[in-house]
Design a protein around this ligand. Structure first.
Ligand code: ATP
Ligand code: MG
Length: 449
């Protein structure tokens, strides 16, 4: 990543440049706004570290001008200590971050690494999005928040490898869609995608279902039959609800994954199979394997790559896009959603995730009489549950913790993730806020848009 350091103070500029160079970055310096813009036109710079107060032009102006030249540039503004107003303003202008003087180098480095990571994820995401039109998915994966970007970026990067993938997430989050995405993006996309629902197959038929059987192998086996692994030859086997795999089958599956060979029931001749296994589960297989309820070696084998699809309540930024998508999909005539109704939909906690949202919209657009959906048209659970979450079924201490966490997230969102402000609005010191964010796993990252 190429970084430009813009600062009129030579010592500060050289110190920052020297530090970043020692960390392996390519760095160029500019001693003021005019020089910065000039250099920016000539060189391919991905990140700009910008002193806010400079004699020829202030940081706001420089940022505005360079964003015209390259809207994708990332910028970190260096502001005077405690200048919260400036910080809020520059974030609105499109600086992805700001740091206060004096610059804490460790902190700066960490933020640059975060930006680097995000830039890479965005590039992968764009690449996959561009082929959405051409690939054969039942529906496009809607959403462009950070979490979905990351999941799609992972899917794009691992699709071409032959190793198993484990897709984890609560019910209705879109695990099956991701399994299909991995298949469609893989070199196997012209071969079959064969689904096995491990929860739906009777235990005594499981082995024959997966690996097939030969005639006479058991009562009722009237002829040879191919199992799902052979049906998927050259393609992908999707093991849905993998947490429900019967125990006696787990070692057999492990062997298949290790050796790429199956033995049909009743046969003693092994056959080569060439399939990629994608498994999905809404259970915690790690915990299950720790408790001896799932073979640990199989867990490690399935989990070479993991795609985690977070619950919808942890990526509310995707809700408006999903609501729009499902409305267009299910409404017989054009309907709009009023802002108050949308706000309620955004606040609901969706225990059934995207599937639940889809069903809600389907019902609402079918029943609504007018051409605008208002709060009154929404189902009762949404109208009543418009706290950030509904924690009624938790014990008191957990409920209080959950409410506290919601309040912290809300305060951060309302204050553009400027922690000083959020802390102030909550009546906490910044240090206590940071402690609580860590405790509850609340991210310090800023939401884009
Ligand atoms: N990002 C998304 N964009 C559009 N539709 C989605 C998205 N995520 C999920 N859906 C839709 O929600 C429904 C549930 O998705 P899916 O079946 O993939 O979930 P799942 O995680 O496999 O659920 P389960 O654990 O219950 O099997 C499907 O109709 C799917 O098309
Ligand atoms: Mg599913």
């Amino acid at each position: 990543m190429k970084i430009m350091v813009v600062d009129d103070e030579n010592i500060q500029r050289e110190m920052l440049s020297g530090f970043l160079e020692s960390q392996g970055f390519e760095v160029t310096g500019a001693s003021g706004g005019i020089e910065a813009i000039e250099k920016f036109r000539q060189e391919h710079i991905q990140l700009v570290l910008l002193d806010h107060r400079m004699p020829d032009m202030n940081g706001d102006e420089v940022l505005e001008k360079i964003r015209v030249i390259n809207p994708n540039v990332r910028a970190i503004m260096i502001t005077a200590y405690g200048a919260v107003d400036t910080a809020v303003r520059v974030m609105k202008l499109g600086a992805v971050d700001f740091i206060e003087k004096p610059v804490d180098l460790e902190d700066l480095l960490q933020r640059i690494h975060e930006i680097e990571q995000n830039t890479a994820v965005d590039e992968d995401f764009q690449e996959v999005r561009e082929v959405f039109e051409e690939i054969d998915l039942p529906v496009k994966i809607i959403g462009s928040g950070r979490a979905i970007r990351e999941a799609i970026s992972v899917a794009g990067r691992i699709a071409s490898s032959p190793w198993p993938v484990l897709i984890t997430g609560e019910t209705g989050t879109g695990k099956e869609l991701f399994a299909r995405l991995v298949h469609e993006l893989s070199p196997r996309h012209d071969a079959p995608f064969v689904e096995v629902n491990c929860a739906a197959i009777p235990e005594n038929l499981f082995e024959s279902e997966l690996f097939g059987h030969i005639k006479g192998a058991f009562t009722g086996a009237a002829s040879n039959r191919k199992g799902r692994f052979e049906q998927a030859r050259g393609g992908t086997v999707f093991l849905d609800e993998a947490g429900e795999l019967p125990e006696n089958l787990q070692p057999k599956l492990l062997r298949v994954l290790q050796e790429n060979r199956i033995t049909p029931v009743g046969s003693d001749i092994e056959r080569d199979v060439d399939v990629r296994v994608v498994a999905a589960t809404n259970r915690d297989l790690r915990e299950m394997s720790e408790q001896g309820r799932f073979r640990e070696d199989l867990y490690f084998r399935l989990n070479v790559f993991e795609i985690h699809v977070p619950p919808l309540r942890e990526r509310r930024e995707d809700i408006p896009e999903l609501v729009q998508f499902f409305t267009d999909r299910y409404a017989a005539r054009p309907v709009k959603i009023s802002q108050p109704a949308m706000d309620m939909l955004i606040k609901y906690h969706y225990p059934g995730n995207v599937r639940e949202l889809e069903h809600i919209i389907q019902r609402v657009v079918t029943l609504v009489r007018s051409s605008v959906i208002r709060p009154g048209d929404l189902p009762a659970e949404i109208k009543s549950g418009h706290r950030a979450g509904n924690h009624d079924d938790l014990p008191l201490d957990q409920r209080l913790a959950a409410i506290e966490r919601d309040e912290i997230v809300k305060a951060l969102e309302e204050n553009n993730y400027v922690q000083t402000r959020a802390a102030e609005s909550l009546g906490l010191s910044e240090r206590v806020l940071r402690y609580k964010m860590k405790k509850y796993g609340v991210k310090a990252s800023r939401k884009r848009n």
